[in-house]
Design a protein around this ligand. Structure first.
Ligand code: HEC
Length: 156
């Protein structure tokens, strides 16, 4: 290949690569990871809420497994997914995380702690029958909602 042709191809390659670089804001990955974490919580908690409401048959093994999954999720350090500057003022329509998450920090950690406590208690009780499960699931739901009420954009 002639060197001029090679240079031309390089220039074209760079021109094609550049716009996609510019469009890929790394903070979008941060939002997605945060929402992914929440989606996973919701996926694991869903059947537990269903069991507590009597919409899903109580199943000790499944309940223990799902509560265990929520507990395992607690062991992940997801702090990178809560990067400053990724609120819904900066990314309207892409995130529902209010600026308050960061402006009142470490207030949100209290809600995180409560949530962690609810998950641990749930995991300890989930396999012990529906009566043991119900109050722990209720506390879990309150922990999710408590944080959403404070730190998440309200749905219309
Ligand atoms: C300590 C605070 C906190 C707790 C506890 C919490 N959430 Fe969230 N959740 C948030 C915030 C903040 C957002 C907004 C994230 C975003 O849009 O960037 C969110 C978003 C979500 C979303 C929407 C995700 C998306 O794709 O946009 C779901 C679903 C969700 N949470 C489920 C749950 C469930 C279920 C629980 C409890 C088992 C829970 N959350 C506990 C703070 C919390």
């Amino acid at each position: 290949m002639k060197s001029t042709t090679r240079i031309c191809l390089l220039v074209i390659g760079a021109a094609l690569a550049l716009p996609s670089f510019a469009a890929k804001d790394p903070n979008l990955k941060v939002l997605k990871a945060r929402q992914g974490e929440m989606q996973l919580r919701s996926f694991n908690a869903g059947p537990l809420f269903g069991m507590a409401k009597g919409q899903v048959d109580y199943d000790a093994e499944l309940a223990s497994k799902l509560a265990g999954n929520l507990k395992t999720q607690l062991s992940l350090d997801m702090s990178r997914a809560w990067k400053k500057g990724t609120d819904n003022d900066a990314y309207p329509g892409k995130t529902t995380a209010l600026p308050k998450v960061w402006t009142t920090y470490p207030e949100i950690s209290k809600y995180g702690k409560k949530y962690g406590q609810a998950v641990n208690e749930l995991a300890a009780a989930a396999g012990n029958g529906l009566d043991a499960l119900k109050p722990k699931v209720s506390a879990l739901g309150k922990a999710c909602k408590g944080c959403h009420d404070e730190f998440r954009e309200k749905k219309e």
